[in-house]
Design a protein around this ligand. Structure first.
Ligand SMILES: Cn1cnc2c(N)nc[n+](C)c21
Length: 210
C-alpha cells in the first residue's frame, strides 16, 4: 500500500458495505446523523441506536423539539449511549445555537463551517467531520482510531488528526479518474469519503487487528 487509493482498492474487494446503506451511516434523515455523531462519542454504535430509538419515540428528532426538550427527559432518553448528563446538555445547546445562527437545519448544512462546529462544546475534529461529511454532505474525510491503526499496519504513522486526514484525502483526490473506473461512474467525492470511512470502520470491527 503506497497511498490511500491502494487502501481503498484493497478494502473495496472485501465488499464490507454489502448490507449497509449507500453512504454507510444508517439514518432516516440527516438531522438524525447530527445527533448520532454526538451520541456515538466513547460508546458502541448499538448503544447509539437504542438512544436514537428513545428520541424518535419522544419526537425529539428535530431542532425545535430538541432545543425545547425537558432536560431530564432528554437525559434519561439517551442513557444507553453513555455520558448522558454531558451529552444531553450539549445536544440542547447545539440545537438552540443552530436555530439562532442558521434558523433551520437545511441552511445549517449548506453554510456551517468546520470552525463553527469546533467552537461548539463537546464537538472535536472527528465529530465535526462526521457531521460535515455524513449530515451536510461536504467533502471532508472522517478519520479515527480505527483509521490510525489500519494505516499503521500499512507502515504509516501520523503525528496529528490533520496529517492522517490529509493522507487519506490526498490519495483519493490524486486518483479520481481511476476511482470513477473502479465504481463504473463519476461517484461524488463526498460519497467516496462516506464509503471509504465506512469500509475502514467495518473492516476494523470485523477483524479486531491487534
Ligand atoms: C454510523 N456509525 C458511527 N460509528 C459507527 C460504528 N462504530 N459502527 C457502525 N456504524 C454504522 C457507525
Amino acid at each position: 500500500i503506497s497511498d490511500s487509493f491502494d487502501l481503498l482498492k484493497v478494502l473495496k474487494r472485501e465488499e464490507l458495505l454489502k448490507n449497509h446503506p449507500e453512504f454507510w451511516w444508517p439514518s432516516k434523515n440527516d438531522f438524525e446523523i447530527l445527533i448520532g455523531a454526538i451520541l456515538t462519542q466513547n460508546t458502541k454504535w448499538t448503544n447509539v441506536e437504542k438512544s436514537l430509538e428513545n428520541l424518535k419515540n419522544l419526537n425529539f428528532l428535530s431542532l425545535e423539539s430538541l432545543s425545547e426538550a425537558d432536560l431530564l427527559v432528554l437525559t434519561n432518553a439517551i442513557t444507553p449511549s453513555g455520558f448522558k448528563n454531558q451529552k444531553s446538555k450539549r445536544l440542547k445547546l447545539l440545537a438552540s445555537n443552530i436555530l439562532e445562527e442558521f434558523y433551520d437545519f437545511d441552511n445549517f448544512c449548506e453554510n456551517v463551517s468546520r470552525e463553527w462546529l469546533l467552537n461548539q462544546k463537546g464537538i472535536g475534529q472527528e465529530t465535526a467531520d462526521a457531521i460535515l461529511c455524513y449530515a451536510c454532505h461536504q467533502d471532508m474525510m472522517v478519520v479515527d482510531k480505527y483509521t490510525q491503526k489500519l494505516v499503521s499496519f500499512a507502515g504509516f504513522e501520523f503525528e496529528s488528526y490533520e496529517d492522517l486526514q490529509a493522507w487519506c484525502e490526498y490519495g483519493i483526490n490524486e486518483n479520481l479518474d481511476k476511482i470513477f473506473e473502479l465504481y463504473g461512474y463519476e461517484i461524488p467525492l463526498n460519497k467516496i469519503y462516506c464509503r471509504f470511512h465506512g469500509k475502514i470502520v467495518e473492516f476494523m470491527k470485523n477483524n479486531k487487528l491487534k
